[in-house]
Structure formats: C-alpha cells, structure tokens
Ligand binder design. Sequence first.
Ligand SMILES: *Cc1c(COP(=O)(O)O)cnc(C)c1O
Length: 423
Amino acid sequence: MKDQTIQVHGGYTTEPTSHAVVPPIYQTVAYEFDNAQYAADLFNLVKPGNIYTRLMNPTADVLEKRMALLEGGKAAVAVASGQSAIEYALLNLAKNGNNIVSVPQLYGGTLTLLTSVFADLGIEGRLAKSDSPADIEALIDENTRAVYCETIGNPAANIVDISALAEVAHRHGVPLVVDNTVASPALCKPISFGADIVVHSLTKFCGGHGNTMGGIIVDSGRFDWKKYGSKFSQFTAPEKSYHGVVYCDSFGDVAYAARIRTVFLRNTGAILPPQSCFMILVGLETLSLRMKQHVSNTIAIAEFLKKHPKVAWVNSAHFPDSKYHELAVKYTKGSQSGLLTFGLKGGKEDGAKFYDSLRLFKRVVNIGDSRSCVTHPASTTHRQLNSEQLKNAGIGEELIRLTIGIEDPEDLIADIDQALAQI
Ligand SMILES: *Cc1c(COP(=O)(O)O)cnc(C)c1O
C-alpha cells in the first residue's frame, strides 16, 4: 500500500468481536489467560498474545504496525515520548564503556542525554565537528555501538546525507540510528537510504495537533547482529533478565525491537498509554495531507521573508542557493518540512519586538503543531547566554525560528507583515 492508504488502514482490520472500523482504545491493564499452559506459552515467548499493558496493548499494537509500515521497517515499539524512544533505542545498543558517535546538530534534549545523562552511565556521546561523513568516521573506534543523526536537524535545519552516514557506520560494523521527527515518513524514509533504526517524537508532525506526547522506535530488521562476534552479545547470547532467551534465535530479524520491549519497556516502563496511541493514530490519518500544507506554507513564507527589507537572511533548503538544497532534493522532497529560521537586520531588541508583536503565531517551544509557532532563542530559551556564547551555539541574536502550521498562508503572512512593521 502507498503512504496515504497506510496512514488510514495500516495495521488494523475491522475488529471481529465488535466490528469497530476505528481502532478501539483498549483501556485495560491485564489480559486473562485461558489456563496455566497458555500463560506459560506467553511468558516463554512461544505463542504471541497479550499479558500486561506495560509490555503490550492492542491499541499500541495498531500504532506500532502502522508506523513500521510507514517507515518500511519490520517492527516498532511505542513509548512515552520522543526522549524515551531515543534513550531506549541507544541503551539497547550501548553499555558502560561504549560510545555513540553523533552529528553535532541535535535536538536540545538529545544533546543533554548523549553528553550528560549517558556520560554518568559510562556511555560516551561523541559529537563530531560537523555532519560530514568524514568527521563522523574520524570518531568511530572499536567501542562505538551506534552512529546517530537527525534527518532534518532541530533547530539547525541541516539535512544529513543518510546514505553516506549509513555506509560509514556499516563499514565499521555499527548500526545507523536516525531521528526522523522533523521530516516524518511523509517526506523521508531513512530505512530506504540505509538506516537501521528510526526513532520519532510522535508528539510533533506524526500526531500533528499539539495535543499528545509520544515516541516510537522502528527496527528495520536488517542489521546482522550475529556478524560481529560478541560485539552485540545482548542479541546473540542468553539474556540474564529474561530467563536466558537468545534474541536472534527467538525473534530472528526483529531481535532488536523484541529486546526493547522485554528489557526496557518491561523493566523501566515508559509505555505510551492507549488513549495517547489512539490520538496519534487519528493524527497519522492525515499526515501526508498535513505535510503538503506545512511545506507549501513554509515555502510561501520563506519567499515573502526573503524579499522583506527588514530581513537579513532566510535559511531554507527550498532555495537552490542553500547548501542543503541538493540533499533536500535527494532526501526530503526538496523541503525542510515546516522548520524555518531567519535573521532580522536589527539585533536582539528587534527580535524580541517581532516575537511579542505576532498575533496568530504561538509563542511556544513546540514544533510540528497544526498551529504556527515562533521562538526567539536569544530572548527566551537561550536568554542566559551572552552574544559570544550565542554565536558559538550557532544562534545569532537576530535568529527567529518559525515552525509553520496548516493555517491559510495569507493569514500567516499578514501576521508576520504586521509584526515586522512594529520594528
Ligand atoms: C521534540 C523532539 C524530540 C523529543 O521528543 P518529545 O516527544 O518532546 O520527548 C526529539 N527529537 C526531535 C528532533 C524533536 O524535535
């Protein structure tokens, strides 16, 4: 099936007892065992079936199947948020003494997770000098267990050469993990370019309405864990925490996803509640339709800003003179999703004045909402930094980040126009 059909139908056939055409919310914790043998078969993983909602839930199952289909993966595990998806995805690969090599342009929470939270667990997050394959390769050694990137960096809006990074990772026998939140599977499918694991914040474009948090990990089923001896022994040797199961033997090509469920979900518990799965499934039905509007609105606004006398620069991969244009054509349908950054000719004060003058745009830190959102990092999220520190972080005082919603573009442009007139 094609994307728009998967978004509506994927992973669900009319439920046989109720005949409900919309996937129901299974608001239940436990599932009754027919008898002792049935329970034993489930626990021994010889029969599929529901046990307890901290492990699996029928509403979550539809979302997992639908996202796996959309990303071209073999299996998926839904979790509480994008951050828990990234945490589980990487802890399933690396342990104390290992390292993860990443591009430097990352979501703020991921940056802290890699460089601070993981560091305390003895896992080193190594940030490359740039997102170039050569800079990534320079940091890989025998203790590296993953290469990490974002398809479209948030907030930098850089576009990563996924095929080239996959090649570098595979040459060194490690998987490539890609955060596909900003592009969404409607604009890019990293697995088709060689990624092994895809993670998402479903909170953003996938859910799409700014009303539900969620995350997911998609397993391509393609990485050969057995090929590298004891390097990935968590999949190839008996698992202490689940009565000696050998994941590659019991689960074949979905060993990675299975271990996220039985080790991390089961024992640390960041599940996505059934109600949230339902909300995200409703959002997903219109993903491709919404992405078209996010992208065309973003281009219309980029073109308007580019011509405005008070605007110094506009960063959009849509323009042929952007250094990311070619990568955008190859990976993200020529767009940079709904992300748009630009600089005002005036400095910090003008930025704050513009920010305060917007009427329709929401002053929030969220992205991927149906509502258009604005951030002025220098006077809000990065207020504590001086101009020198802002420059080092790649955030000028004049930088405004917009994430464009699905409203009518004329209304959005009129709002930006009147706010620019205030400065
Ligand atoms: C928002 C975001 C996250 C974190 O997701 P939450 O659902 O807020 O935990 C991770 N990566 C990217 C690129 C994001 O934009």
